[in-house]
Design a protein around this ligand. Structure first.
Ligand code: 13P
Length: 256
Protein backbone atom coordinates (compact mmCIF):
# COMPACT_ATOMS: atom_id res chain seq x y z
CA UNK A 1 0.00 0.00 0.00
CA UNK A 2 1.40 3.39 -1.00
CA UNK A 3 1.24 6.07 1.70
CA UNK A 4 -0.48 9.20 0.36
CA UNK A 5 1.80 12.22 -0.06
CA UNK A 6 0.66 15.84 0.09
CA UNK A 7 3.18 18.42 -1.10
CA UNK A 8 2.72 22.17 -0.72
CA UNK A 9 4.58 24.01 -3.48
CA UNK A 10 4.77 27.57 -2.20
CA UNK A 11 6.32 28.82 -5.45
CA UNK A 12 7.64 32.40 -4.99
CA UNK A 13 5.62 33.14 -1.88
CA UNK A 14 6.37 33.80 1.81
CA UNK A 15 9.45 35.42 3.27
CA UNK A 16 11.45 33.67 5.99
CA UNK A 17 9.40 35.23 8.79
CA UNK A 18 6.11 34.57 7.00
CA UNK A 19 7.16 30.95 6.53
CA UNK A 20 7.80 30.49 10.24
CA UNK A 21 4.46 32.08 11.18
CA UNK A 22 2.62 29.94 8.63
CA UNK A 23 4.16 26.72 9.93
CA UNK A 24 3.36 27.53 13.56
CA UNK A 25 -0.26 28.07 12.51
CA UNK A 26 -0.34 24.91 10.36
CA UNK A 27 1.10 22.70 13.12
CA UNK A 28 -1.71 23.77 15.46
CA UNK A 29 -4.28 22.63 12.93
CA UNK A 30 -2.84 19.18 12.24
CA UNK A 31 -2.32 15.94 14.09
CA UNK A 32 0.66 13.81 13.05
CA UNK A 33 -0.38 10.58 11.40
CA UNK A 34 1.51 7.78 9.68
CA UNK A 35 -1.38 7.57 7.21
CA UNK A 36 -0.06 10.41 5.05
CA UNK A 37 3.30 12.02 4.33
CA UNK A 38 3.43 15.79 4.13
CA UNK A 39 6.07 17.98 2.47
CA UNK A 40 6.39 21.76 2.44
CA UNK A 41 8.41 23.30 -0.39
CA UNK A 42 9.13 26.96 0.41
CA UNK A 43 11.43 29.20 -1.64
CA UNK A 44 15.18 28.67 -1.02
CA UNK A 45 15.35 31.79 1.18
CA UNK A 46 12.72 30.45 3.57
CA UNK A 47 14.02 26.88 3.89
CA UNK A 48 16.11 27.56 6.98
CA UNK A 49 13.39 29.33 8.94
CA UNK A 50 10.83 26.74 7.79
CA UNK A 51 13.12 23.95 9.03
CA UNK A 52 13.51 25.66 12.40
CA UNK A 53 9.76 26.20 12.72
CA UNK A 54 9.11 22.53 11.95
CA UNK A 55 11.71 21.50 14.52
CA UNK A 56 14.08 18.53 14.55
CA UNK A 57 12.73 15.21 13.23
CA UNK A 58 9.36 16.74 12.37
CA UNK A 59 6.68 14.50 10.87
CA UNK A 60 6.38 17.12 8.11
CA UNK A 61 9.31 17.09 5.66
CA UNK A 62 11.02 19.93 3.91
CA UNK A 63 11.42 20.08 0.15
CA UNK A 64 12.97 22.50 -2.33
CA UNK A 65 11.44 23.67 -5.60
CA UNK A 66 14.50 23.28 -7.81
CA UNK A 67 18.24 22.53 -7.75
CA UNK A 68 21.31 22.69 -9.96
CA UNK A 69 22.86 19.41 -11.12
CA UNK A 70 26.49 20.21 -10.32
CA UNK A 71 27.76 19.85 -6.75
CA UNK A 72 29.31 23.35 -6.78
CA UNK A 73 30.89 25.85 -9.14
CA UNK A 74 30.43 29.01 -11.15
CA UNK A 75 26.65 28.95 -11.58
CA UNK A 76 25.44 32.35 -10.43
CA UNK A 77 22.06 32.19 -8.74
CA UNK A 78 21.96 28.40 -8.48
CA UNK A 79 21.75 26.02 -5.50
CA UNK A 80 23.12 22.47 -5.28
CA UNK A 81 21.69 19.27 -3.83
CA UNK A 82 24.17 19.20 -0.94
CA UNK A 83 23.22 22.78 0.02
CA UNK A 84 19.59 21.68 0.20
CA UNK A 85 20.46 18.56 2.20
CA UNK A 86 22.35 20.61 4.74
CA UNK A 87 19.27 22.80 5.26
CA UNK A 88 17.26 19.68 6.06
CA UNK A 89 15.55 19.08 2.72
CA UNK A 90 14.48 15.52 2.00
CA UNK A 91 12.59 16.17 -1.23
CA UNK A 92 13.08 18.36 -4.29
CA UNK A 93 10.61 19.26 -7.04
CA UNK A 94 12.18 18.85 -10.49
CA UNK A 95 10.88 19.95 -13.89
CA UNK A 96 7.84 21.92 -12.76
CA UNK A 97 5.98 23.25 -15.82
CA UNK A 98 6.71 26.82 -14.71
CA UNK A 99 10.42 25.99 -14.88
CA UNK A 100 9.96 24.33 -18.26
CA UNK A 101 7.87 27.16 -19.74
CA UNK A 102 9.28 30.28 -18.08
CA UNK A 103 12.91 29.25 -17.60
CA UNK A 104 13.49 27.00 -20.59
CA UNK A 105 14.13 23.77 -18.68
CA UNK A 106 14.41 20.74 -20.91
CA UNK A 107 14.28 17.01 -20.33
CA UNK A 108 18.08 16.66 -20.53
CA UNK A 109 18.66 19.10 -17.67
CA UNK A 110 15.76 17.64 -15.73
CA UNK A 111 17.39 14.23 -15.97
CA UNK A 112 20.69 15.66 -14.68
CA UNK A 113 18.86 17.29 -11.79
CA UNK A 114 17.11 14.03 -10.91
CA UNK A 115 20.47 12.23 -10.82
CA UNK A 116 22.07 14.98 -8.71
CA UNK A 117 19.20 14.81 -6.24
CA UNK A 118 19.42 11.01 -5.96
CA UNK A 119 23.19 11.16 -5.51
CA UNK A 120 22.69 13.36 -2.45
CA UNK A 121 19.83 11.30 -1.01
CA UNK A 122 17.12 13.81 -1.95
CA UNK A 123 13.83 12.32 -3.16
CA UNK A 124 12.92 13.92 -6.51
CA UNK A 125 9.32 14.83 -7.32
CA UNK A 126 9.35 14.92 -11.11
CA UNK A 127 6.60 16.97 -12.74
CA UNK A 128 5.05 16.05 -16.07
CA UNK A 129 1.93 17.24 -17.84
CA UNK A 130 0.46 18.25 -21.16
CA UNK A 131 -0.49 21.72 -22.42
CA UNK A 132 -4.05 22.55 -23.40
CA UNK A 133 -3.11 22.35 -27.10
CA UNK A 134 -1.66 18.87 -26.55
CA UNK A 135 -4.79 17.71 -24.74
CA UNK A 136 -7.06 19.13 -27.41
CA UNK A 137 -4.97 17.41 -30.10
CA UNK A 138 -5.32 14.11 -28.21
CA UNK A 139 -1.58 14.11 -27.48
CA UNK A 140 -1.70 13.92 -23.68
CA UNK A 141 -0.25 10.44 -23.47
CA UNK A 142 2.58 11.09 -25.93
CA UNK A 143 3.49 14.42 -24.26
CA UNK A 144 3.66 12.82 -20.82
CA UNK A 145 5.55 9.78 -22.13
CA UNK A 146 8.15 12.02 -23.78
CA UNK A 147 8.70 13.86 -20.50
CA UNK A 148 8.92 10.62 -18.54
CA UNK A 149 11.39 9.17 -21.01
CA UNK A 150 13.48 12.33 -20.84
CA UNK A 151 13.48 12.66 -17.07
CA UNK A 152 13.80 9.02 -16.06
CA UNK A 153 16.02 7.48 -18.75
CA UNK A 154 18.71 5.24 -17.33
CA UNK A 155 17.45 5.23 -13.75
CA UNK A 156 17.65 1.90 -11.99
CA UNK A 157 14.95 0.17 -10.01
CA UNK A 158 16.91 1.15 -6.91
CA UNK A 159 16.88 4.84 -7.98
CA UNK A 160 13.15 4.77 -8.57
CA UNK A 161 12.35 3.66 -5.03
CA UNK A 162 12.60 7.29 -3.90
CA UNK A 163 11.20 8.97 -7.02
CA UNK A 164 7.71 10.47 -7.07
CA UNK A 165 5.93 11.53 -10.27
CA UNK A 166 3.58 14.51 -10.20
CA UNK A 167 1.08 14.70 -13.03
CA UNK A 168 0.26 18.37 -13.46
CA UNK A 169 -1.68 19.26 -16.61
CA UNK A 170 -0.48 22.75 -17.54
CA UNK A 171 -4.03 23.94 -18.27
CA UNK A 172 -5.09 23.07 -14.72
CA UNK A 173 -2.32 24.97 -12.91
CA UNK A 174 -3.52 28.14 -11.25
CA UNK A 175 -6.66 28.24 -13.38
CA UNK A 176 -9.23 26.93 -10.92
CA UNK A 177 -9.99 24.29 -13.52
CA UNK A 178 -8.72 21.03 -12.07
CA UNK A 179 -8.70 17.85 -14.13
CA UNK A 180 -11.69 15.70 -13.34
CA UNK A 181 -10.91 12.63 -11.29
CA UNK A 182 -11.54 10.53 -14.43
CA UNK A 183 -9.09 12.59 -16.51
CA UNK A 184 -6.42 12.38 -13.81
CA UNK A 185 -6.94 8.66 -13.22
CA UNK A 186 -6.58 7.90 -16.95
CA UNK A 187 -3.19 9.63 -17.11
CA UNK A 188 -2.02 8.16 -13.78
CA UNK A 189 -2.81 4.67 -15.11
CA UNK A 190 -0.86 5.35 -18.28
CA UNK A 191 2.12 6.62 -16.23
CA UNK A 192 2.04 3.46 -14.13
CA UNK A 193 1.89 1.26 -17.19
CA UNK A 194 4.82 3.21 -18.69
CA UNK A 195 6.79 2.35 -15.52
CA UNK A 196 5.75 -1.27 -15.81
CA UNK A 197 6.96 -1.51 -19.39
CA UNK A 198 10.16 0.44 -18.84
CA UNK A 199 11.10 -1.21 -15.54
CA UNK A 200 8.85 -3.80 -13.93
CA UNK A 201 5.58 -4.24 -12.07
CA UNK A 202 7.20 -4.07 -8.61
CA UNK A 203 8.73 -0.68 -9.37
CA UNK A 204 5.51 0.57 -10.95
CA UNK A 205 3.40 -0.61 -8.02
CA UNK A 206 5.65 1.06 -5.43
CA UNK A 207 5.87 4.46 -7.10
CA UNK A 208 3.75 7.35 -5.89
CA UNK A 209 2.00 9.35 -8.59
CA UNK A 210 0.56 12.68 -7.41
CA UNK A 211 -1.98 14.91 -9.09
CA UNK A 212 -1.42 18.68 -9.23
CA UNK A 213 -3.41 21.54 -10.75
CA UNK A 214 -6.06 23.58 -8.88
CA UNK A 215 -6.35 21.07 -6.01
CA UNK A 216 -8.61 22.44 -3.28
CA UNK A 217 -10.23 21.01 -0.15
CA UNK A 218 -13.39 20.72 -2.29
CA UNK A 219 -11.99 18.50 -5.04
CA UNK A 220 -9.33 16.67 -2.99
CA UNK A 221 -11.86 14.24 -1.58
CA UNK A 222 -12.81 12.88 -4.99
CA UNK A 223 -9.27 12.92 -6.40
CA UNK A 224 -7.75 11.16 -3.39
CA UNK A 225 -10.53 8.58 -3.25
CA UNK A 226 -9.08 6.91 -6.32
CA UNK A 227 -6.47 4.24 -5.73
CA UNK A 228 -4.65 5.54 -8.83
CA UNK A 229 -3.95 8.92 -7.21
CA UNK A 230 -1.38 8.75 -4.42
CA UNK A 231 -1.55 12.34 -3.27
CA UNK A 232 -1.45 15.93 -4.41
CA UNK A 233 1.02 18.64 -5.38
CA UNK A 234 -0.80 21.74 -4.18
CA UNK A 235 -0.07 25.30 -5.29
CA UNK A 236 -2.51 28.11 -4.46
CA UNK A 237 -4.44 26.21 -1.78
CA UNK A 238 -1.26 25.41 0.15
CA UNK A 239 -0.63 29.08 0.93
CA UNK A 240 -3.58 29.21 3.30
CA UNK A 241 -3.12 27.16 6.49
CA UNK A 242 -6.79 26.27 6.76
CA UNK A 243 -7.17 24.97 3.19
CA UNK A 244 -3.83 23.13 3.24
CA UNK A 245 -4.65 21.51 6.59
CA UNK A 246 -8.02 20.40 5.22
CA UNK A 247 -6.34 18.73 2.23
CA UNK A 248 -3.85 16.99 4.54
CA UNK A 249 -6.68 15.74 6.75
CA UNK A 250 -8.49 14.29 3.72
CA UNK A 251 -5.32 12.34 2.87
CA UNK A 252 -4.92 11.21 6.48
CA UNK A 253 -8.41 9.75 6.57
CA UNK A 254 -8.36 8.17 3.14
CA UNK A 255 -8.39 4.36 2.86
CA UNK A 256 -8.70 4.15 6.63
P1 13P B 1 -2.24 25.34 -8.26
O1 13P B 1 -2.66 24.40 -7.15
O2 13P B 1 -2.21 26.78 -7.82
O3 13P B 1 -3.03 25.11 -9.50
O4 13P B 1 -0.72 24.98 -8.61
C1 13P B 1 -0.39 23.67 -8.87
C2 13P B 1 1.07 23.55 -8.96
O5 13P B 1 1.69 24.04 -9.89
C3 13P B 1 1.77 22.83 -7.88
O6 13P B 1 3.07 22.56 -8.24
Amino acid sequence: MRTPLIVGNWKMNKTASEAAAFIRDLLERLTPSPKADVVLAPPFTSLESAGKALGPSSWISLGAQNLHWDPQGSFTGEVSASMLRELGCRYVIVGHSERRLLFGERDETIQKKVRAALAQGLAPIICVGESLAEREADKTKSAVTTQLNGGLAGLTQQDLVTVTIAYEPVWAIGTGRAATTEQAVAVHRSIRSFMETGWNSTTAAAMRILYGGSVTPQNAESLLASEAIDGALVGGACLNPDSFARIVRIAQTRRA
